[in-house]
Design a protein around this ligand. Structure first.
Ligand code: NPG
Length: 378
């Protein structure tokens, strides 16, 4: 459902950005590397009414998942995007995509600024982000993303731990050489769990025979096996696999989603607001998929309590028919930057209902993890 009631107009008197470095509870290994610290940019947008809205720019330290990375996002947000919003004066946040449209790319940076402005507008109104987006659920089923472990036996034990905590769906990361045996081990140990794999672009069409070996494990889907721009190759691969392909990195906009569906490159879509330039575009993709009968789920980028709250609201929309990567904060962080980090309740995460994102910032934690900050004033 398109957004029905626009948010209040805002004037962004101050936009403060901070780079945070937050330690992870355990190393997170994907096909593109291992992270032990989450580097992320937090945005605070203060309106002329003195209300603070919060957003999160989900770039990583290095451009390995996508071309965006922290220092690049910082530069474009402080030099171009933030000033463009402040120069616009007073505007409803729904105009942000159009205001920022002249600046090519940089979708994660745009998404973080959009979220901060939306949060500020909705806190001013006393309306929750979830109700603004059209969310219908109060709890969402929670999946967990499991990084590559030292060997298949260790992976099975890690998965067992998450299942014991109550996660309702498991996603394991794969890469060439750590795919079939890992998946086989998890499937043998847990024959009935909802299971999917994520390659993060690590394969080429020449690996089609290897990927076809995954068909015997009854997976929900295989996520992003080929490169971001391999839309035609993904369509060819889909022909040779029984396992549904779900695109992540390739879906950078509603246009990209429409093209991928038209070509038959994907039959499931992972929606991530950062990757597509914001929550408004994310809702447009969800609407497109709902209309086309394509299942969607909410991806994750190791968000702090800010982005996690926003993702829980997004995942509560009716279009989101598969469990997403919206796990408890403790999956990644010992200490979060919100006062009430998301917890797992019977395999589900609660959708915040308070004004805006419905979370309060833990100012001490925010300060403790801050390594750089800059404020833009109108
Ligand atoms: O639960 O937030 C989460 C992490 C989910 O695996 C996850 N994210 O490729 O989807 C991904 C991956 C990722 C994380 C990619 C961080 C890039 C950065």
């Amino acid at each position: 459902m398109p957004i029905v009631t626009p948010a209040a107009a805002v004037t962004l008197d101050e936009i403060e950005m901070r780079v945070l470095q937050i330690p992870l509870v355990s190393p997170f290994t994907t096909s593109f590397g291992t992270e032990t610290v989450r580097e992320v940019i937090i945005v605070r947008a203060r309106t002329s009414d003195g209300v603070d809205g919060w957003g999160e720019i989900v770039t990583q330290n290095a451009p390995l998942y996508s071309s965006e990375y922290t220092q690049g996002a910082w530069d474009v947000a402080t030099r171009w995007l933030g000033p463009a919003l402040q120069q616009r004066g007073t505007f409803p946040p729904e105009e942000i995509p159009e205001i920022l449209e002249p600046f090519v790319g940089h979708r994660m940076a745009k998404a973080g600024l959009e979220l901060a402005a939306l949060d500020a507008a909705l806190r001013t109104e006393g309306r929750s982000f979830a109700s603004y987006l059209g969310a219908e659920r109060v709890m969402i089923p929670s999946g967990v993303s499991v990084g590559i472990q030292s060997d298949p036996a260790a992976l099975v034990e890690t998965v067992r731990g998450y299942l014991d905590e109550g996660y309702v769906r498991i996603k394991i990361k794969i890469r060439p050489g750590r795919d079939i045996d890992d998946t086989a081990a998890v499937r043998a140990a847990f024959p009935d769990i909802p299971l999917q794999v994520d390659a993060n672009s690590a394969y080429t069409l020449a690996d089609a025979d290897t990927l076809a070996q995954l068909d015997r494990f009854g997976l929900l889907l295989i996520e992003q096996p080929l490169q971001e721009d391999d839309i035609v190759d993904h369509a060819a691969l889909a022909q040779s696999l029984k396992t549904p392909i779900c695109l992540d990195e390739s879906i950078t906009s509603v246009k990209a989603a429409r093209d991928a569906l038209a070509l038959g490159s994907t039959t499931v879509i992972n929606v991530k607001a950062g990757r597509v330039g914001g929550y408004l575009e994310a809702v447009r993709i969800a609407d497109l998929c709902e209309g086309a009968g394509i299942p969607v789920w909410c991806g994750g980028m190791l968000e702090t309590g800010i982005g996690r709250a926003a993702n829980a609201a997004l995942a509560a929309l009716p279009a989101f028919t598969l469990p997403g990567d919206v796990s408890a904060s403790a999956r990644f962080y010992e200490r979060d930057i919100v006062t009430e980090p998301a917890v797992l309740e019977d395999g589900h995460v609660r959708v915040p209902t308070g004004p805006g994102l419905g979370v309060e910032i833990d100012a001490d934690a925010l300060d403790a993890f801050t390594v750089a900050r800059e404020a833009l004033r109108r």
